[in-house]
Write a protein of this length. Structure first.
Length: 562
């Protein structure tokens, strides 16, 4: 029988066990001192209607470094909040939480753009907003950051999101999701996109697990509502992006039906590149006393009727100085002093006059330049044909249009974004949903149908404060149409007559002669690419094998094979 081991006692240890002095004493849950301990993760107080209040812990700009203030108790009192407005120098000055500001800093985003300076304070205050902003001005973060901030601090129920963003195209919806993914992760919020062309079953599963914000196209969201996969009864903030494009695509009936399902007290945000009668009617119907902001937008649309829509008192007054923008417009008062921070994009517009026989060669030399280039054509067939011809000349070009399935469009955009394909040939379907930086040149190979399409095509360059060049290929038979479009769009074209190999053409666009060595389609998987080294073989009958005789078989017999 083995000897039993003695049980350990506290006397075996060289020290006596005692409660640490830092531990709370018994009865700490009833102690008044414990209730005074600051909360490192304060929750956002909710209003009477259940919406998350706008008094979110904001980063103060008076401290020298945000790293020193991350563990301090932020002020939640409105009186202690930092001043916000159009002169805000950082996102912290606009009232965004510290964790969100730090997430933006890690992504390389330090300074807000004019549309963000103008819009974020009003959205955080809970006001409805009508924004007119040029494409590429930063409006995705302008409405996305305060939307996430207002939803921060309260959980969402399965199939009942609290935030809704509506976009006209699947590409735009997916790019909004990509832009807001890191900020949402910093706040502990969950995003999902619901767009057509992707399996609806997976989208239903994500909604069933519970998400805070849904980024959807009107058609797919309508389908999900019909399948009882989502409910809009808990929506607190709804954003409509590219409202004018929705009207052009015929989505207004679906859009109004969706907005009617949103609670009446939800905050409504409406953004558009241009304003016309349809958008004005939409604003009058759903926006309550909106704050109207126009930053870097084209003047092709009508301004909203402030008397009927009840525009914000912060909008520009009727007797304001036309040479000086309003205080909340986001445009700098002294444009010459601010330089590149101006709300107006730095874009040079050229009309390259070419002969009809030289058009193809001129376009090929422009496409062979260094850098990302975007070529716009009218038809899907024209996009595929031009991309194929450019690849035959040695230019890595891909085509994007509505005739491609979703996985093809995703691969095409990925190839253009990572530089594998420096040239993208697209129809007008990409003029709205394409958000890629560093596109330095936009070429109108075919003239757009109307001035709005010209403006939206142009908006693909000079994004996020960068400069860009827009070139319109003009032949003798469409010169008058090009002048009319430029006049209606409010731009001035610099007319230059060029030919293939012209020095002036190279100075404007960086055109150069292509290599002439064919390249493969960068958007097609390698396994599906044809191998140019292997020539197709023609089938030949083996020697000694005779051709089969076509003799008539007797009924009931079977043909025998060798």
């Amino acid at each position: 029988m083995c000897a039993s081991r003695s049980r350990p006692t506290w006397r075996r240890w060289p020290f006596s066990w005692s409660r640490p002095s830092r531990w709370p004493s018994p009865g700490w849950w009833n102690s008044a001192a414990w209730s005074a301990v600051p909360d490192r993760h304060p929750r956002v107080p909710e209003s009477d209607s259940g919406a998350a209040g706008s008094a979110v812990p904001a980063a103060t700009s008076s401290t020298p470094d945000l790293e020193d203030t991350i563990h301090t108790q932020p002020e939640t009192s409105p009186a202690a909040a930092p001043p916000v407005g159009a002169n805000a120098a950082t996102f912290a000055d606009l009232g965004l939480p510290v964790v969100l500001v730090q997430a933006l800093r890690r992504s390389g985003i330090d300074r807000p753009f004019p549309i963000q300076q103008a819009v974020i304070p009003d959205i955080l205050a809970g006001r409805d907003v009508l924004g007119r902003a040029a494409t590429g001005s930063g409006k995705t973060l302008a409405f996305g950051l305060p939307l996430l901030t207002r939803l921060f601090g309260a959980p969402s129920q399965p199939r009942r999101p609290r935030g809704l963003i509506l976009a006209p195209t699947r590409e735009l919806a997916m790019q909004i999701e990509s832009a807001l993914d890191e900020p949402a992760l910093a706040l502990g919020l969950r995003l999902t996109s619901a767009v057509g062309g992707l399996p609806i079953k997976k989208q239903e599963e994500r909604l069933a697990r519970g998400v805070d914000v849904v980024i959807a196209t009107p058609g797919r969201l309508t389908d999900l509502l019909g399948r009882k996969a989502v409910a809009l009864t808990d929506i607190r903030v709804v954003t409509v992006d590219e409202a004018d494009h929705m009207a052009e695509l015929g989505f207004l009936p679906q859009l109004t039906a969706l907005l009617n399902k949103v609670p009446a007290d939800a905050q409504q945000l409406l953004f558009s590149a241009t304003l016309d009668s349809a958008i004005d009617e939409l604003a009058q119907r759903y926006l309550r006393d909106p704050a109207w902001h126009a930053v870097g937008a084209a003047d092709s649309g009508a301004t909203p009727d402030t008397d009927r829509t009840g525009a914000a008192s912060s909008s520009a007054p009727q007797d304001a100085d036309p040479d000086r923008p309003a205080e909340n417009s986001g445009a700098p008062a002294d444009r010459g002093a601010t330089g590149r921070t101006s709300a107006v994009p730095d874009i040079a517009h050229y009309a390259l006059q070419v002969r009809r026989t030289d058009k193809r060669l001129v376009v090929t030399e422009i496409a062979a330049r260094a850098g990302r280039t975007l070529l716009f054509v009218k038809t899907q067939y024209g996009a595929d044909k031009l991309a194929r011809k450019l690849r035959e000349e040695g230019v890595g070009a891909v085509a994007l249009h509505g005739g491609k399935v979703q996985n093809q469009r995703t691969r095409t955009l990925a190839a253009f974004a990572d530089g594998t394909a420096p040239v993208l040939v697209a129809t007008d379907v990409a003029a709205r949903g394409l958000h890629i930086d560093d596109v330095s040149l936009v070429v109108h190979v075919d003239l757009p149908a109307d001035p709005k399409d010209y403006l939206h095509r142009t908006g693909r360059t000079a994004r996020a404060g960068a400069s860009g060049t827009v070139v319109t290929i003009v032949t003798p038979d469409n010169r008058e149409e090009a002048d009319r479009l430029a006049r209606l769009a409010g731009v001035t074209l610099v007319e230059v007559e060029v030919r293939p190999g012209d020095r002036r053409l190279a100075e404007i666009t960086g055109a150069r002669r292509p290599t002439g060595r064919p390249v493969l389609d960068p958007s097609t998987p390698a396994a599906a690419q044809p191998d140019s080294r292997e020539q197709p073989r023609t089938w030949q009958r083996p020697k000694g094998e005779s051709r089969p005789h076509n003799k008539k078989r007797k009924p009931g017999t079977r043909r025998t094979t060798r």
